[in-house]
Design a protein around this ligand. Structure first.
Ligand code: PBE
Length: 266
């Protein structure tokens, strides 16, 4: 449930996101480990970014559970607080498939397995999404037009799809929208029919487990999605990272004169 959050004074509160998210789980751990006096509010990613944008416009202090890549880093000057106890940290975003996918469609599996790009590349897509002028299909397609070497890298030598269907699940985080639409468009250009299903992280794993979906490019490890991998990992296939150097943590505007989670105690 969402409660209305009116006070975002960082002396009192940390603005969290969905309670089922990995970063919220880590934030709960951090509050305990650092013995922080703040209340951690759960809510949603949308509420968090709204409050952060509001505070930022007024140059007011605020602390949120954050992650990168995310558009908030594209249009605001923000920083991660140091985390000497290493509760949050760096993550990779992995591609997972259902069992048997490679046997059933080695060509689609090969492309998904090859899919790999950088944070800067992903941020280009996020910046365009955030500009709000084009829809995500158009943005993903434009990105591939401007990056033919990536498209070649992911698809060269792989037999065409002949219209075969690939079903991808994706979570609603904006980084996952971007990556799913880019690799989805790459698969389409290579002759596949691509279905995309937007779901929460848990159902996404269940869909892979049941064979209702073929793959997802949205699994954050070792931290954020660890709970789901522990639960469903034996029944799905880890195809390895598609992006490295992602991270989660507590995030504040750069104009705040604190640098560490420890500083939240004062
Ligand atoms: N996130 C975005 C997810 C992983 C990617 C940080 C909100 C999470 O916390 O589970």
């Amino acid at each position: 449930e969402e409660e209305e959050i009116t006070d975002y004074n960082p002396k009192n509160v940390i603005i969290g996101i969905e309670p089922g998210s990995g970063v919220f789980h880590s934030a709960r751990e951090a509050v305990e480990a650092y013995d922080l006096p703040q209340t951690l509010h759960s809510g949603s990613s949308a509420v968090m970014t709204q409050l952060l944008s509001d505070a930022y416009k007024k140059k007011e202090p605020i602390v949120v559970t954050g992650w990168a890549p995310h558009w908030k880093f594209v249009n605001m000057d923000l920083k991660f607080l140091d985390d000497p106890k290493n509760i949050f940290g760096e993550e990779r975003i992995h591609t997972f498939s259902r069992k048997g996918f490679r046997e059933d469609d080695p060509d689609a599996a090969e492309i998904l397995d090859r899919f790999y790009w950088t944070i800067d590349e992903l941020q280009e897509v996020l910046a365009e999404v955030n500009a709000g002028e084009k829809d995500i299909e158009e943005i993903a397609s434009g990105w591939l037009d401007r990056n033919p070497e990536r498209l070649r890298e992911w698809t060269e030598g792989v037999p065409k799809g002949d219209g075969r269907t690939v079903t991808l699940t994706h979570v609603m985080w904006d980084s996952e929208y971007a990556s799913t639409y880019v690799i989805g468009e790459a698969l389409r250009r290579h002759g596949f029919t691509v279905r995309m299903i937007a779901v929460e992280a848990g159902p996404s794993f269940i869909a892979l487990e049941n064979g209702d979906a073929d793959a997802t490019v949205c699994v954050w490890l070792p931290n954020s999605s660890a709970f789901y991998v522990k639960k469903h990992g034996k029944n799905v296939v880890d195809m390895g990272p598609n992006l490295e150097g992602a991270r989660t943590g507590l995030v504040v505007p750069a104009y705040m004169d604190i640098d560490s989670i420890e500083d939240l105690k004062n």
